[in-house]
Design a protein around this ligand. Structure first.
Ligand SMILES: Nc1ncnc2c1ncn2[C@@H]1O[C@H](COP(=O)(O)OP(=O)(O)OP(=O)(O)O)[C@@H](O)[C@H]1O
Ligand SMILES: [Mg+2]
Length: 451
């Protein structure tokens, strides 16, 4: 009788067991049938956006780092790659297509990158800037700390290592996008100059190389003495003596990018500051022909030969530049080299030559016999002696020709005899020519150290 009484209780137990079994089957079925939906439902996504530019015109350096880093994450099964070669580049570059996705794994965290390109609505934009580009990084919110503090620094480290491996050196120049906006535009530096190919006094070359080596090794020293980790060089000498080639040789030697700062492209000290702040560490800021820039800036300031509306708004000054290079700018980065070049050191503002401003004054001068031998080894492949060398050595002692003039003569023929004879004729023609406007500087020391 008792067991009959328990029948309803047993029945409800049985029913609830059946119901929970059906529910678990259904859940299993749904999980198997729609895994994506459940994964999304269970996770708590977080997204970071990395835009190409931040502010008005400053390029986002992390965006540039991603462009290289993510090339290593392109899936081998990718069926669409955009290849481009700009007019100025000699090699092909991979460009990402809109909505291209990249998977990455870091410390077992799944990360998803996406490249996005959207049209901008502005009347002032150039063809290249009509689009806004950015990367999106998606991951689970619970990994936020790990991504911010560990993964992003890791991406930067990888980028630096990849850049060093590829030995990419960039040349950055200023381009004006609209009346109020300038930005740095970069191309690969294809300048072949190295210290080996430069016709330069060997003692001077050795001193410059030693100075560069010492500079890059002295991080702790600069920190200890509380100085900004920067070095300034003034390169001076007649046109065609290798000042620009020396800048390229330094960049190739240290693998530092070059920022070619054309002061006359800028309208105000504010623009100058923005452009300088946008330069990266391990870079060379070059201001070529500083005497000409200085003169033009003076003209603009006082309106000499310049229409009123052209001079308006141009408040860029040499002292503004020097204060900034000596002060805040040099302190907000590391391993910065600043180079001024000029044909006429005597025409420079004394403020620029003041002791401590430029660490080294390097005089690039006319072609010596030693320089000539470097050039014949490069251009004609002559490593030893040649019967015509003695004549050339005597001629070079009395003739002021630049290495550029010598290379021009050496390139005229592939026949060594013809080339050297052509050079002898050129040297004879130039032997007693005209007044030397660079004589004062030529009599100075080749190298002046300040620190
Ligand atoms: N010292 C040098 N060693 C090797 N090649 C040189 C040297 N000087 C000049 N040349 C050759 O002449 C060309 C012009 O030289 P470069 O532009 O470096 O001279 P520069 O001193 O910067 O002249 P400028 O004052 O006109 O700017 C170089 O591309 C190179 O081929
Ligand atoms: Mg030059």
């Amino acid at each position: 009788m008792d067991s009959l009484k328990n029948i309803p209780a047993l029945k409800s137990k049985w029913l609830s067991a059946c119901a929970s079994m059906v529910a678990s089957w259904m859940l299993r079925f749904l999980l198997l049938a729609f895994p994506g939906f459940f994964k999304r439902w269970l996770s708590d996504p977080m997204t970071l956006q990395i835009e190409e530019y931040h502010g008005m015109s400053s390029r986002n350096k992390f965006f540039d780092a991603l462009e290289l880093y993510l090339q290593s994450k392109i899936s081998p099964s990718t069926r669409l790659l955009k290849i481009a070669q700009t007019r100025k580049d000699t090699s092909f570059g991979i460009h990402f297509s809109d909505n291209q996705e990249f998977d990455d794994v870091y410390e077992e965290i799944q990360l998803k990158w996406k490249f996005i390109s959207i049209s901008k609505e502005s009347s002032h934009t150039t063809l290249a800037s009509k689009k806004k580009h950015y990367f999106e990084l998606s991951f689970d919110f619970k990994h936020k700390e790990m991504v911010m503090n560990s993964y992003l620094p890791y991406v930067l480290e990888r980028f630096k290592a990849m850049k060093d491996e590829r030995k990419l050196v960039k040349l950055h120049t200023l381009v004006r996008l609209d009346p109020n906006k300038v930005k740095w535009d970069a191309i690969n530096l294809e300048h072949p100059a190295t210290f080996g190919t430069l016709a330069m006094d060997s003692e001077l070359k050795r001193s410059v190389l030693e100075d560069l080596d010492k500079f890059v090794k002295r991080k702790e020293f600069y920190q200890r003495v509380g100085r900004a980790w920067k070095r300034g060089y003034l390169l001076y000498g007649p046109p065609g003596t290798g000042k620009s080639s020396l800048v390229a040789a330094i960049a190739n030697y240290l693998k530092f990018d070059i920022y070619d700062l054309q002061l006359t492209h800028l309208k105000s000290d504010m623009e100058l500051r923005r452009a300088m702040v946008a330069t990266t560490n391990k870079s060379i800021l070059v201001i070529e022909d500083i005497d000409c820039s200085q003169a033009e800036l003076q003209d603009r300031k006082y309106g000499k030969g310049i229409k009123k509306n052209e001079s308006e708004g141009n408040q860029i000054t040499l002292s503004g530049l020097l204060n900034f290079t000596d002060g805040l700018w040099s302190n907000c980065g590391e391993e910065r080299i600043i180079v001024f070049t000029t044909n006429h050191k005597s025409k420079l503002d004394p403020a620029l030559l003041r002791s401590g401003r430029m660490d080294m004054h390097i005089h690039m001068s006319y072609c010596s016999y030693e320089g000539f031998k470097t050039l014949t080894s490069n251009y004609l492949g002559i490593c030893g002696h040649h019967p015509l060398f003695e004549k050339i050595e005597i001629l070079l002692q009395n003739t002021k020709v630049t290495p550029a003039q010598v290379t021009e003569a050496l390139m005229k023929s592939e026949d060594v005899e013809v080339s050297l004879q052509g050079l002898i004729t050129m040297l004879k023609e130039n032997r007693y020519k005209g007044k030397d406007e660079y004589r004062d500087e030529d009599e100075e020391n080749q190298l002046t150290y300040f620190i």
